[in-house]
Ligand binder design. Structure first.
Ligand code: NAD
Length: 330
């Protein structure tokens, strides 16, 4: 592996993208337009992925990570398949690059901690791409619950089966977003998990109903699946004084408050911003590098959410035979 030899040129931060699939293509599109950033190149072993990238951004492409590093980078975003996150992150950190690694940080907590240790020793910024934190509707909800006593959190993230086959189920692919949100909304660790999972169509779990209790006593629930014909993402939070409902897709957030003894209450729509979440996430990463501040989503937060997701898989009750699920009683 070559050592870091970045060319800052006009002062822009040279950022490379590793993995040019669905997510990496979006990283490249956004980074190419970000002020203060030069898209240093995109890596993908597949020639067709590389040529798709050059169809919409003007940047060099490489078949290997070594070639990108040899061209010189200050930072990378890693959107390669999750099982490669550890090796690719360690290689980039050893070179001296700041790293944003897509969620989940790695395949195990131990691998995630290796990445964290390496980044700390090398003194580079490490951030995890839990992009939902940058959804403006999520930011509005977070602001609305400031100072409130949170009682419960319920999140729904459902949709059709993804077009490309994945080697993970809904818990690692989808619920990990919401585990992160629950930890972030409540500012508390999850200490109890009660998962119900089943594999109705896919080899791995494609329906998950997950219940949690946080250290602070909040009850939380995630409903996720790949069997809903349309996408839906909602978050509902009950606090002692408010009931907040957010649609994370349409970005409408409503707050009920002023509860009266006669059952009446007031309701209002809360203002929600328009930022593209990925753009806000990548700007936060660049800002953390430039200021040396703690990134919005640390490696530790990424590992904590991953480990809760893994715990849901490990403590799952015996799977229910799928066909029985479809038999409705008269
Ligand atoms: N934050 C989010 O909302 C979100 C959404 C989707 C995916 N992701 C994460 O992003 C990562 C990629 O997911 P995806 O859906 O884009 O997958 P994908 O299969 O569409 O893309 C992965 C790409 O990585 C390439 N690749 C394989 N080996 C490589 C290597 N050694 N070096 C560089 N590239 C390599 C593949 O050829 C492929 O083009 C996963 O970790 C996934 O969990 C995050």
């Amino acid at each position: 592996m070559t050592s870091k030899n970045s060319t800052r040129g006009n002062g822009d931060l040279r950022v490379g993208v590793i993995g040019a699939g669905v997510m990496g293509s979006n990283h490249a599109r956004v980074l190419a337009q970000l002020p203060g950033v030069k898209l240093a190149g995109v890596v993908d072993p597949l020639a067709e992925s590389r040529s798709r990238i050059t169809g919409f951004v003007d940047c060099p492409t490489f078949a290997t990570v070594d070639e990108l590093l040899a061209a010189g980078v200050d930072a990378v975003t890693i959107a390669a398949p999750t099982h490669l996150h550890r090796d690719v992150s360690l290689a980039c950190i050893a070179y001296g690059a700041h790293v944003l690694v897509e969620k989940p940080i790695a395949t195990t907590g131990a691998e995630g901690r290796e990445i964290i240790d390496a980044a700390r020793k090398k003194g580079v910024t490490l951030m995890v791409g839990h992009v939902e934190r940058f959804n403006p509707a999520v930011a509005t909800i977070k602001e609305a619950i400031q100072g409130e006593e949170i009682l419960s959190v319920a999140i729904t993230r459902v949709g059709p089966f993804p077009p490309r086959m994945s080697n993970v189920g809904v818990v690692i692919d989808l619920a990990v977003h919401d585990i992160d949100l629950i930890r972030w909304f409540t500012g508390s660790d999850i200490v109890e998990v009660q998962p119900q999972l089943t594999s109705a169509v896919a080899e791995r779990e494609d329906i998950a109903l997950l219940q949690f209790r946080t250290e602070s006593g909040v009850l939380a629930h995630i409903n996720t699946n790949w069997l809903t014909p349309f996408k839906a993402r909602t978050a509902t939070i009950a606090t002692r004084n408010k009931y907040i409902q957010g649609d994370l897709l349409t970005r409408q957030v409503t707050e009920c408050f002023g509860f009266q003894r006669d059952g009446s209450y007031s309701m209002r729509h809360l203002p929600v911003g328009h930022d593209e979440p990925l753009r806000a996430e990548l700007m936060a990463f660049i800002n953390a590098i430039k200021t040396g501040s703690t990134p919005a989503i640390t490696g530790e937060a990424g590992v904590a959410s991953l480990e809760i997701a893994i715990k849901c898989l490990e403590t799952r009750p015996k799977p229910v035979a799928a066909p029985q699920l479809h038999v409705a009683s008269k």
